[in-house]
Design a binder for this molecule. Structure first.
Ligand SMILES: NC(=O)c1ccc[n+]([C@@H]2O[C@H](COP(=O)([O-])OP(=O)(O)OC[C@H]3O[C@@H](n4cnc5c(N)ncnc54)[C@H](OP(=O)(O)O)[C@@H]3O)[C@@H](O)[C@H]2O)c1
Length: 115
């Protein structure tokens, strides 16, 4: 399968670490792909990594690490934070399509508070 050229424009050439939550499909998946194609390191959080086949396929050729993360589960958030450890994240994007509430701010603050 061929992919269209990435459309994200970046002013810096340095490799950055990008966190994308909700990475299995949709906007999150596409952001993972585009950032990784541009040469950045991407941490991809998704609910069921074992069934995220398109995302897993990207890891064959791109610098992407996939972790289990369900934004509706405190245990999952804590486990995710412990897995990614104490490292710098340059950009964090929460694209998880959750129907109720607004977990984005609390999720991000939880990850960084825990770390
Ligand atoms: N598409 C648009 O044009 C558009 C425009 C404005 C705003 N938005 C908003 O942007 C968000 C993403 O849109 P989308 O089109 O990419 O949606 P999508 O194709 O339905 O994808 C939703 C993603 O969120 C993940 N997700 C759902 N619940 C989760 C949870 N509890 N923990 C972790 N991940 C979870 C899904 O993972 P699973 O595969 O595990 O279900 C999937 O990867 C939505 O909130 C949507 O309302 C979208």
């Amino acid at each position: 399968m061929t992919h269209p050229q990435p459309v994200i424009e970046r002013s810096m050439n340095d490799k950055e670490t990008i966190l994308v939550v909700g990475a299995s499909r949709g906007i999150g998946y596409e952001l993972v792909r585009q950032y990784a194609v541009q040469g950045h390191h991407v941490i991809a959080g998704c609910r069921t990594p074992q069934s995220a086949e398109s995302l897993q396929a990207l890891t064959d050729s791109l610098d992407i690490e996939v972790h289990q993360l369900d934004v509706g589960s405190d245990d999952s958030v804590v486990h995710f934070a412990s897995e990614i450890g104490n490292r710098t994240i340059d950009i964090a994007i929460v694209a998880a399509g959750v129907a109720s509430g607004n977990p984005s701010a609390s999720l991000i603050s939880a990850i960084f508070r825990i770390r």
